[in-house]
Design a protein around this ligand. Structure first.
Ligand code: HEC
Ligand code: HEC
Length: 464
């Protein structure tokens, strides 16, 4: 009996320790919604230069020698960006550029996560919901450094061009392993990296400023065509102030220090200008206009208060909705309000030099603009709901759902991914809503509508 008790306690202790690092959940916030006011932005960017910089630029600073990267990212590259020169030979998700010592290196670019495959095309600015961060990057991160030192030695130009990346690969590798297909750990990646940077000059420090949580919370990837309407970035509206500095995310991985950062940020003015003029793809199938018009009236009555209006009289309120009201999975927002990166960021070069950006998380989620919403399945910040029809009828949301992984497997009727309901989480592309931070609860605003009204609203959403 005693042995059994000890056994049970050990099991419980193990179970608890597995979940250590998940935040206590925010309950009564004391507020329902908040409007985020605009912050002055630098307006003088050039969109063409911004695009050039995104696809050719050296904003990641450091990388793998071109020859090695070509083997990794260069197999049958589809030159979907129509890039010229050496970059035509590598996949669109990577860029070849000169490192600070002049050696040609390659690294991932913004389109690793911000270009989405859809119906056989790659849509720039759309979130990539087909990435899979479940494999062990920790091991790869360790092996990359070891392999590089064996092949080239630590006194080589190759090592010098790779060293910054190596630091941050080691710092982040094991923290970005997720337990869900499609989920993107970019927020955790940033957090794991900056704790090894001196906030004042961004140089590498061996000793981290804070500990990382043991459980990796990952999210969907929002489309970039919404940035032009937003006064704050990210799902929790944590990103405030100057957008050029906030957009700097991929560069955390390899940039050397704040001098290099200052140069890159200059170019990000152009990137912001590019982002502000991209538009979502148009719905490619027939739309019943009469039904859609009826849907617009219902939408404006029930949904516009949070999501704004579309068409001739465009409005967007920039409204953050408290967890108490939206009731969607609370882990990500609960974590954001206590994440140590907030303090780091607000005393760093990003917040103390002009133009200033800063972090101010909320225990809630921003109601996003719904432009091009037909194309951006799965839905909610954690990507837990496969179609708009399921989002607007919470009883219909599947607990385990499997998509084929084919990017053309689109359901024009329910609007979102085709899927099969599963009994358990088996299957490469099966989403498991029972895992912490991936539940499909909340956003019950569509439940109040009748079946007919929902049909009309869905038809209207196809037009946005
Ligand atoms: C590893 C994947 C990844 C890479 C690389 C990446 N991002 Fe992101 N990005 C994300 C994810 C995930 C989010 C959502 C995070 C959140 O909202 O909390 C995001 C959010 C954003 C947002 C905010 C959008 C909104 O509606 O609030 C912008 C803007 C953005 N990224 C731009 C960039 C740029 C520019 C680059 C390249 C310098 C880049 N990202 C590189 C994954 C990535
Ligand atoms: C009280 C404010 C509020 C109302 C009313 C509301 N929403 Fe939302 N909506 C939100 C918030 C906040 C989110 C983001 C929640 C999250 O990601 O966890 C959201 C998310 C969504 C999404 C998913 C967006 C994405 O990119 O994944 C869709 C689609 C949507 N809402 C449609 C509607 C429709 C249609 C209505 C009216 C029937 C409606 N909403 C009413 C606040 C609201």
């Amino acid at each position: 009996m005693k042995k059994l008790l000890v056994f049970i306690i050990l099991i419980l202790a193990y179970a608890c320790s597995t979940y250590k690092g998940l935040p206590p959940l925010a309950t009564d916030n004391g507020w329902k919604t908040k409007i985020i006011p605009p912050h002055p932005q630098q307006e003088e960017g050039n969109p063409e230069a911004g695009y050039e910089y995104l696809v050719y630029g050296n904003y990641v600073g450091s990388g793998l020698p071109y020859g090695i990267a070509k083997k990794q990212f260069g197999k049958n590259p589809k030159n979907v960006l129509n890039r010229e020169g050496i970059n035509a030979s590598i996949n669109y998700q990577a860029t070849v550029f000169p490192a600070k010592n002049g050696l040609m290196v390659a690294n991932g670019n913004c389109f690793t996560c911000h270009a989405g495959p859809l119906n056989g095309q790659v849509v720039l600015g759309m979130g990539n919901s087909f990435s899979d961060f479940r494999s062990n990057f920790g091991l790869f991160a360790q092996l990359a450094g070891f392999g590089m030192s064996l092949k080239y030695g630590k006194k080589s130009l190759e090592w010098e061009a790779f060293e910054d990346l190596n630091h941050y690969l080691k710092a982040s590798g094991k923290h970005i392993k997720t337990n869900q297909p499609g989920a993107n750990p970019a927020a955790v990646l940033a957090e794991a990296i900056v704790r090894h940077r001196n906030p004042e000059d961004l140089t590498y420090v061996e000793e981290p400023y804070y500990e990382m949580p043991k459980y990796t919370i990952a999210t969907d990837v929002p489309p970039l065509w919404n940035v032009k309407k937003k006064n704050a970035l990210y799902y929790t509206a944590v990103g405030r102030g100057d957008f050029t500095k906030l957009l700097f995310q991929a560069s955390y991985l390899g940039i050397e220090d704040s001098t290099a950062a200052r140069q890159a940020v200059e170019n990000f003015k152009d990137v912001v200008a590019w982002m502000k003029q991209i538009e979502p793809p148009k719905y490619p199938y027939p739309i019943d206009q009469e039904l859609a018009e009826a849907g617009q009236t219902i939408f404006e009555e029930h949904c516009s208060g949070c999501h704004g209006t579309y068409g001739e009289n465009e409005t967007y309120p920039n409204k953050v909705v408290s967890l108490d009201v939206v009731k969607t999975d609370p882990y990500y927002a609960s974590y954001a309000v206590q994440a140590p990166i907030v303090e780091w960021y607000n005393k760093s070069w990003f917040a103390t030099s002009s133009p200033r950006s800063y972090f101010e998380p909320e225990a809630g989620y921003i109601a996003p603009p719904l432009d091009g919403i037909w194309a951006t399945a799965p839905y909610l910040h954690n990507g837990s709901v496969p179609t708009i029809e399921d989002l607007l009828n919470s009883k219909q949301r599947p607990k385990f759902w499997e998509r084929s992984g084919r990017t053309s497997d689109y359901d024009a009727k329910k609007v979102g991914w085709n899927y099969t309901v599963k009994k358990n989480k088996k299957g490469k592309w099966t989403y498991d809503t029972t895992l912490p931070s991936y539940s499909n609860v909340g956003h019950y605003f569509g439940d109040k509508l009748t079946e007919e009204e929902r049909k009309k609203v869905i038809e209207y959403l196809k037009t946005l």
